[in-house]
Design a protein around this ligand. Structure first.
Ligand code: ZN
Length: 65
């Protein structure tokens, strides 16, 4: 998947329908995955004009309701 394709997906996915996997980006900013919930492959979000990708964690933290 190219950055352009990823950015299109993140831009057209509403926050409510996005995956929202949390990730500490370089610079220690907390970001959330903005791909569609249930997506395959790496998590990703927009970082300026580029796509930031990260791999899924193997452990799942409990959701804080
Ligand atoms: Zn994700």
């Amino acid at each position: 998947m190219t950055d352009d394709e990823l950015l299109l997906e993140t831009d057209y996915t509403s926050y409510a329908n996005s995956c929202r996997d949390p990730h500490i980006a370089p610079g220690e900013d907390l970001v959330e995955c903005r791909r569609q919930r249930g997506h395959a492959d790496a998590h990703a979000t927009r970082a300026g004009a580029r796509a930031l990708r990260w791999l899924a964690e193997h452990t799942h933290q409990p959701l804080s309701a």
